[in-house]
Design a protein around this ligand. Structure first.
Ligand SMILES: NC(=O)c1ccc[n+]([C@@H]2O[C@H](COP(=O)([O-])OP(=O)(O)OC[C@H]3O[C@@H](n4cnc5c(N)ncnc54)[C@H](O)[C@@H]3O)[C@@H](O)[C@H]2O)c1
Ligand SMILES: NC(=[NH2+])NCCC[C@H](N)C(=O)O
Length: 703
């Protein structure tokens, strides 16, 4: 027997499955055989007694899970952090475990009442004593980890659990002697798996499969080279034997019904301290404030979900609900993350939702210089579509040229400091760029519900059924087009050649002719096939009236390109009477500016097609300025490209047959964007018919 290794166990006198607090307990209430449970527990007890001293804590009636002493607390040296159970069904165990630790001379630390931590079930010492692995995600809170680091004076490595079957760290993770690790990678998020791989050498990592995991192979008691567990597959036994471990299997099926096995039933109470090692915890916490339609717009749910989905945890410190349904609410949320890297990711997404630091926590942005033209500092903040302000010298400065996927560049001008979004290639040496995520806030307009409802046109949520949805969107778009046109506003269309192929060209031509469209963005193809239809009556060689391919039709678009190249431009071909109808004809005749951005797919291309991508993007940006609404018609390339260039506040309608394309706009929220999955030719036909019904010019609602 290895001298001085002691374990704590609790006889199963009162063990049963009386409630459900983890998935394993579902369907097993009162289905555990008492006799078998007693027999299995005693078998484990006697096996363990052959290798260590086993102390017993008296079982208590009414606390059936007390048998799982791993959850009593976490011991290191003569210190113990007492568990603070998440579920009330186990909270009654705490005083009995506390009494045992105090009677056996331990210094007992207790966590705040609202901060759950479930002992060695969720915290496992590296068998070399180098650090403490600590789990969170289902039972223990990430915010408990700094306490463990402080009280036990040890480095804490936080691991996020993501599979509720493995709700305690010790169900899927087992540090072994000599630095080996038995674990089930799928139970952890990617950040945690990276952390494990950074700390444990590949040859020491024994990753198990799901079959072994659901038999609780990781829930093992390791004493020197002995590993005691419920059950292991032959390959796993061989793998462990190859590195010098002896496996002792002992059935614990009655305890699996409660979600526990060998390790859960034991607590090692002699854990040597390594004096030379000290506390280090990378957990970061920040308090952020959110204000707006936190409930009815779902902002608070989205915020809390993204915190957890990105590996963090949260505590809602206070929530002030607006008096009226349409009033705004405010909340203060404490965000914790296992590392600065994870915190940065969470904060940058929370900023997008309008979260801000508390006034007393506000800090200036971090700036770093551009040292290579067109290259940002590594940790640059990536801009979003939302109006953004940055704090410089204690003052909040608005960022100009807002767009997503850019950097925020700060430059000194005679008018003072200017902050603007810049795409990477435009960054100039000497500019300062915002890095990290502090000192940044987005301005989310929290319009009152009345104001929102007063808008005849706030896109409905995606809850409408798809059949009715197309008609509804058509009605709304027609209304908005009429309103914007009659108010002298700006609508931009970006469209692909499918508009022409599906017969939508005549309808788009009419929208341009009747003044609904103030700019057209597209590629080589929409112009080519529009002009093909205008000159040859075909599109992609298909007769647009009869719907049949015509002989030699596959060459039509090339002949068209060649003709326009001969005249030098689309406008010149229109002026020469070569082009007598169609989308491009109406653009020229109605002085509607257009930009055709070149692409790798282009035939020709047309003389008007801008093959210099940088110039094309600049031209797109210029034509998008001042747009109140953008119609995105069957072009994944150009719809996404335009979306990336457009700040929040611009209404967007994306029409595409592919749902994946229209959902690309979903993060803009339904108030300002809508996607409709339908044939683009049908959409345009319905739209012009709807416009015909709006006979009177748009007039704002009175009163
Ligand atoms: N001959 C040429 O020069 C030529 C030909 C084709 C494309 N191109 C160029 O390639 C680039 C990409 O072209 P793109 O934007 O057409 O391709 P894309 O793949 O980016 O987008 C086409 C979109 O049309 C959607 N779609 C298909 N059928 C539809 C329907 N009936 N109703 C609604 N949506 C429908 C698809 O789901 C897709 O999202 C453009 O710049 C274009 O000019 C050039
Ligand atoms: N260390 C462990 N995994 N303990 C198992 C605890 C089982 C108990 N029924 C619970 O859900 O809390």
């Amino acid at each position: 027997m290895t001298s001085q290794i002691r374990y704590l166990m609790c006889p199963p006198d009162h063990y049963d499955v009386d409630y459900v607090i983890n998935p394993w307990m579902e369907g097993n209430i009162h289905k555990s055989s008492r006799d078998r449970a007693v027999q299995q527990w005693h078998q484990l007890y006697h096996i363990l007694k052959e290798h260590a001293i086993v102390d017993l804590v008296p079982p208590q009636k009414g606390w059936p899970d007390m048998v799982f002493t791993a959850n009593a607390g976490l011991v290191l040296g003569d210190t113990v952090v007492l568990s603070r159970f998440l579920h009330k069904e186990r909270q009654g165990e705490e005083p009995y475990f506390k009494q045992w630790f105090e009677e056996n001379g331990y210094k007992v630390y207790e966590l705040p009442k609202d901060l759950p931590f479930e002992g060695a079930g969720d915290a496992l010492l590296d068998r070399e004593g180098r650090w403490l692995w600590a789990g969170y995600g289902f039972r223990s809170e990430l915010d408990s980890h700094p306490y463990l680091a402080k009280w036990l004076d040890i480095e804490v490595l936080s691991l996020r659990l993501i599979d509720d079957r493995f709700y305690h760290l010790d169900t899927c993770f087992c540090p072994l002697t000599d630095g080996y690790l038995l674990y089930y990678p799928a139970a952890f998020d990617s950040y945690s798996n990276r952390l494990i791989e950074m700390r444990v050498a590949p040859e020491k990592r024994i990753a198990i499969d799901e079959a072994d995991a659901v038999n609780f192979a990781c829930n093992a008691v390791n004493v020197d080279r002995i590993v005691i567990m419920n059950k292991a597959s032959n390959p796993l036994k061989e793998r462990l034997a190859d590195v010098g471990f002896e496996i002792i299997e002992t059935p614990l099926t009655e305890f699996l019904k409660a979600g526990g096995a060998a390790k859960c039933l034991t607590l090692r109470v002699t854990e040597p301290v390594r004096e030379e090692l000290h506390a280090n915890v990378s957990v970061e916490s920040r308090i952020l404030r959110m204000e707006g339609h936190l409930l009815d717009a779902g902002l608070i749910n989205r915020a809390l979900d993204l915190i957890v989905d990105n590996g963090g945890s949260f505590q809602v410190l206070n929530f002030n609900l607006g008096e009226q349904r349409q009033s705004t609410s405010a909340a203060e949320v404490k965000v914790s993350a296992p590392s600065h890297e994870v915190m940065e990711e969470i904060i940058s997404q929370l900023i997008d939702l309008g979260a801000v630091d508390l006034p007393q926590d506000e800090q200036d942005v971090k700036l770093e210089p551009v040292t290579i033209p067109g290259v940002a500092p590594d940790d640059f903040y990536v801009s979003t579509i939302y109006p953004t302000e940055v704090r410089i010298n204690g003052e909040w400065v608005i960022v100009h040229n807002q767009r997503m996927d850019g950097a925020i560049a700060i430059s000194q001008t005679p008018q003072g400091l200017v902050a603007q979004c810049k795409i990477l290639r435009d960054l100039e040496v000497g500019e300062q760029v915002v890095v990290d995520v502090q000192g940044i806030r987005t301005i989310r307009k929290t319009e009152s519900r009345e104001k929102r409802n007063a808008e005849e046109f706030s896109f409905m949520s995606s809850g409408v059924s798809s059949e009715r949805r197309v008609e509804l969107v058509v009605e709304q778009v027609a209304w908005e087009l009429r309103k914007i046109r009659d108010a002298g506003g700006k609508v931009v269309v970006t469209a692909g050649p499918v508009v022409i192929h599906t017969g939508g060209g005549e309808h788009l031509s009419r929208l341009i002719r009747e003044g609904y469209i103030q700019a057209l963005l597209g590629g080589n193809a929409i112009a080519v096939h529009d002009i093909e239809q205008s000159i040859m009556g075909t599109s992609l060689g298909v007769d647009m009236k009869r719907g049949v391919a015509v002989r030699g039709g596959h060459r039509h678009h090339l002949k068209v390109i060649n003709t326009i190249r001969r005249y030098g431009s689309i406008a010149k071909a229109v002026e020469a009477g070569i082009i007598k109808s169609g989308v491009m004809y109406e653009c020229v005749k109605n002085n509607v500016p257009f930009c055709l951005a070149g692409s790798i797919r282009d035939d020709g291309p047309l003389p008007d097609t801008e093959m210099d991508l940088i110039k094309a993007q600049a031209k797109y940006a210029e034509l998008l300025k001042g747009a109140e609404m953008i119609l995105m018609l069957s072009s994944m390339l150009h719809s996404i490209g335009v979306g990336n260039m457009t700040p929040a506040g611009v209404k967007m309608v994306c029409v595409d047959i592919n749902p994946a394309v229209v959902t690309k706009l979903s993060d803009r929220g339904s108030v300002e964007s809508v996607g409709v999955v339908t044939d683009v030719g049908l959409f345009l036909s319905l739209l012009t018919k709807q416009l015909d019904k709006l006979t009177s010019p748009y007039t704002a609602k009175m009163g």
